[in-house]
Design a protein. Structure first.
Length: 212
């Protein structure tokens, strides 16, 4: 069990038929109804993702035990922020498709406004306008340092309008999120993850300072 300055969280796992999911769940703090609402948001996002890449979804209570086949979908997570205002969860999903020569690493995230108990999208956090695509190219890269110039060239090559549209559909778990853009929040920082070709690492993250 893990406790920070915000919610008390416990790690849950789900395994079945080559699918492994590790995810957080809130332990009752200020009332069962609020905890159930937050956990419902978390599970809804995971199930949306599983619906894209697996026939299985998690029906609470989620549990699994024993030995399983090699994972075809393996999802882990990192808590980026957990305080009295924001819970931000960053998921990494390794997807092994029998039709692909190599695994693909996918990203998705869940940002929850703990004041209003609602899921946040990038457009709730930043103004998504014609300025953001230009500014984004100057955000600080996180990881993938050896490919950063190529990644920036790839993003620039998408075109300003495509990128702006991608930011507008960010944090949607589904086909509408054409560029695979997901946001996450750290204390005093915001991050954006964007899908890139496999030879550039499958995804790239950029951050900048932000008070929220």
């Amino acid at each position: 069990m893990n406790q920070r300055s915000g919610l008390v969280l416990t790690e849950k796992t789900y395994q079945d038929n080559g699918v492994y999911v590790s995810y957080p769940q809130a332990v009752s703090d200020t009332g069962k109804s609020r905890t159930d609402l937050i956990n419902g948001i978390i599970l809804a996002d995971i199930n949306r993702f599983l619906n894209l890449y697996s026939k299985d979804v998690i029906a609470p209570p989620a549990a699994g035990s024993g030995l399983f086949l090699r994972d075809t979908l393996h999802i882990g997570y990192e808590i980026m922020r957990n305080d009295d205002r924001i819970l931000s969860i960053f998921y990494t999903a390794d997807f092994y498709s029998p039709y692909a020569p190599h695994p693909t690493q996918l990203i998705f995230s869940t940002n929850i406004d703990l004041i209003n108990n609602r899921r946040l999208k990038l457009s709730d956090i930043l103004q998504v306008d014609d300025v953001l695509p230009d500014e984004f190219l100057f955000w600080e890269p996180v990881g993938n340092g050896q490919y950063i110039n190529e990644i920036r060239d790839y993003i620039r090559g998408l075109g300003k309008e495509v990128l702006r549209s991608g930011f507008g559909s960010a944090d949607i778990i589904g086909s509408m999120n054409r560029l695979g853009i997901f946001s996450y929040l750290k204390p005093n920082r915001i991050g954006i993850s964007i899908s890139v070709p496999n030879y550039l690492g499958d995804h790239a993250e950029f951050e900048k300072n932000l008070q929220l």
